[in-house]
Design a binder for this molecule. Structure first.
Ligand code: KMT
Ligand code: NI
Length: 176
């Protein structure tokens, strides 16, 4: 079951540590910024969510010190750079664990979501986020895309003026 809390923003500590400020967020607070969490104990349940939302593509990623060796840290640094995507995307954890940090609105604080096996997270298009492994250094995850995989990660602040960013911000305000 996902755990969501405000990140403590302590950069002197490795980013794979929990960074739990002690201030938790509810699933409703996540939903207010368009981040939807679902618990899917089986892959069949994950498939159902994907089908309902018209997802057509997916891939599976495995990240660990064994598979990536020297490339683990550079890869993690890329995923940990704040960015957005132009499509809604789903992430589903099969094995291991990981943190998705999403920017809260309107206060712009980092919210950390800890995902463990069976956890599914829907990230709306245009939300700024970043990802890291935990100190276990291992995750196997399915990345689902609505259409063609749009890998491109647009960094902040370059993407601030993108139409998708503006649309996202107005959708978040409208739901208040
Ligand atoms: C993302 O969107 O940042 C990612 O897909 C990170 C890796 S998924 C385990
Ligand atoms: Ni991303």
């Amino acid at each position: 079951m996902v755990e969501a809390y405000y990140h403590d923003n302590d950069d002197s500590v490795d980013f794979r540590e929990p960074h739990n400020s002690g201030e938790a967020l509810s699933l409703e607070q996540l939903a207010n910024i368009g981040v939807i969490y679902k618990h899917c104990p089986t892959e069949a349940e994950m498939d159902k969510v994907a089908l309902e939302r018209g997802y057509k593509n997916r891939d599976t990623v495995r990240m660990s010190s064994e598979t990536l060796g020297d490339q683990l840290l550079p890869k993690l640094r890329t995923f940990y750079t704040e960015h957005l995507h132009e499509d809604e995307e789903i992430r589903y954890i099969i094995d291991g664990e990981g943190y998705f940090d999403v920017r809260n609105e309107p206060d712009d604080r980092w919210v950390r979501c800890k995902l463990v096996p069976g956890d599914l997270l829907i990230l709306p298009a245009g939300i700024y986020h970043r990802f890291t492994l935990t100190t276990d250094n291992y995750v196997a995850a399915v990345r689902l895309f609505q259409d063609e995989p749009k890998w491109i990660a647009h960094s902040r602040p370059d993407a601030d003026g993108f139409p998708i960013r503006r649309e996202y911000l107005s959708s978040v305000q409208a739901s208040k």
